[in-house]
Design a protein around this ligand. Structure first.
Ligand code: 4AD
Ligand code: MG
Length: 468
């Protein structure tokens, strides 16, 4: 076969189909035709769009065409011409075809169109070859790029916080332990506990649940930082919105107070959604058509409308009024509860019909590091609640007062000796500062319109599932 430089399909579709000889390589999505001519829909992952390959049976041996079935990988040389058929503007008249790898139709699992998402989860090693997952993965890439661009353009520095850590940032005790101890012969202390002094790091360590605490150290030196990395939570919640391994973006800014933190969160989310609308048009149009007919409308709405800002206490009043008016929730509502997804979604979808930033939560249901309000009951927390998702961002202004922070750490029974370095930021040059965490997969749920978080990450980790 003649060596011609490969062109990606995304670039081919921008060319003038004037008969130039080109090379494409990709995976066969389908083959149809009759004994005189075959039409191959080829996709190479560079775009949701296929290129049609027209094969004149008279020019090729039967043995070349037969193994070209759905899923096979081929390389094609041919003339790029305007299409005579409907459904595409251009096509390639094949002159040479090379088969790289066949995909036996008797066993290749991605035969017919319209497999269920549940079935595709069982073949997550192959699902990126479907239109839906390739679209989701391209949007995922675009969002990751846009996140770095947003912060870089605004003078934030990307800080790499550790994956292995000895501190539980959220204090929820949902950490995966990291150890090299022999689990069949665990060394014990004289008191009978595990002797972590003999472990790799000389102490008990885990996978991080959040990079925030180290992020705060960065903000108190560089002014404005963000983290973007994997985080791990051993919470046994089998829901469409929870993963055991997910990616989080955590900006942290010195001198920002809660209102500026809310402004940043709102601007950031709107920027990312607008970026997707501007740069992922083909993929979003496909996802809108295939999975969620209101997707584009919803994205547009969020970009164009100001988020509602509301104290938790007001939110609870609205929920209580809803109950008085006959609305049924599965979980009870009263001041002090941690809001359930159904409560968050009621506020956003039914009451305000708009994203909501809920602030000033009871201190008992929030982490130790949040700035305490003067009322003695609430803290300067802020959760951003989105339609279809519920909580997409969680953040706060941080307690910068050494004594108040230390007292809270003691009240909550957090081991002080593990926190000395964090408290040092409040001993030396303390300042008001704020930040938040955006769940990357929650953002992707919103932007792609997919309904289950397992379908917006290439290889999901959930309870009882760590395949691949
Ligand atoms: O609200 P969270 O727990 O906040 C923090 O971790 C803070 N340290 C963030 C900060 O202030 N820097 O988590 C932040 C976000 C949530 O709003 C949610 O979007 C996402 O992370 N998240 C999860 N996403 C998927 N699976 C899970 N199990 C998640 N838990 C939290
Ligand atoms: Mg939260």
């Amino acid at each position: 076969m003649e060596q011609i430089k490969r062109t990606k399909i995304v670039d081919l579709l921008k060319l003038d189909p004037a008969g130039e000889i080109v090379n494409v390589k990709g995976w066969v999505r389908s083959k149809r035709g009759n004994k005189n001519v075959s039409f191959i829909a080829l996709n190479d992952g560079s775009t949701i769009k296929n290129i049609q390959i027209v094969v004149d049976s008279a020019s090729f041996d039967e043995s070349v065409l037969k193994p070209i079935t759905t899923g096979a990988c081929i390389s094609v040389n041919g003339a790029l011409v305007a299409s005579q058929g409907q459904g595409q503007t251009m096509e390639i008249n094949a002159s040479e075809i090379q088969l790289y790898g066949e995909a036996d139709p008797n066993v290749y699992p991605l035969q017919k169109k319209g497999h269920s998402l549940e079935f595709l989860r069982e073949i997550a090693h192959l699902r990126p070859r479907t239109n839906t997952f390739s679209a989701v993965l391209r949007v995922r890439h675009a969002m990751a790029y846009a996140i770095h661009k947003y912060f870089n353009d605004r003078g934030f520095f990307y800080l790499h916080t550790p994956i292995v850590t000895a501190s539980d940032c959220e204090g929820a005790g949902e950490m995966f332990q990291v150890t090299t101890l022999d689990l069949n012969a665990i060394p014990k202390t004289t008191e009978g506990g595990v002797d972590f002094a003999n472990d790799f790091f000389g102490k008990a360590t885990s996978l991080t649940v959040s990079g925030q605490l180290e992020g705060e150290l960065g903000a108190m030196a560089l002014g404005a930082i963000y983290t973007f990395g994997p985080t791990f939570r051993a919470e046994n919640s089998n829901t469409p919105r929870h993963l055991a391994e997910f990616w989080m973006i955590e900006p942290e800014v010195a001198f920002n107070e809660i209102v500026e933190n809310m402004d940043l969160a709102e601007d950031f989310l709107k920027y990312l959604i607008q970026y997707a609308l501007d740069n992922c048009q083909d993929d979003l149009a496909f996802l809108n058509e295939m999975w969620d007919k209101e997707l584009l409308e919803r994205l547009d709405f969020v970009v164009k409308n100001k988020f509602i800002r509301l104290p938790y206490t007001e939110g609870i009043k609205i929920l209580e009024e809803a109950i008085a008016g006959g609305h049924k929730f599965e979980f009870p509502v009263s001041w002090g509860i941690d809001l359930q997804s159904e409560h968050e979604r009621y506020l956003v979808e039914k009451h305000f019909k708009c994203p909501v930033i809920l602030t000033d939560y009871p201190k008992e249901i929030k982490a130790f590091y949040m700035k305490q309000n003067d009322d003695g009951k609430t803290v300067r927390a802020m959760d951003v609640l989105f339609p279809k998702i519920g909580e997409i961002i969680g953040g706060s202004q941080r307690e910068e007062d050494y004594d108040k922070l230390k007292t809270r750490i003691e009240e909550m029974g957090i081991p002080m000796k593990d926190m000395w370095w964090y408290l040092d930021t409040r001993r030396f040059g303390s300042a008001p500062h704020s930040g938040f965490g955006l769940g990357f997969e929650r953002l992707l749920l919103f932007v792609t319109g997919m309904g289950n978080i397992r379908d917006v990450i290439p290889f999901p980790r959930t309870p009882n599932n760590a395949e691949y």
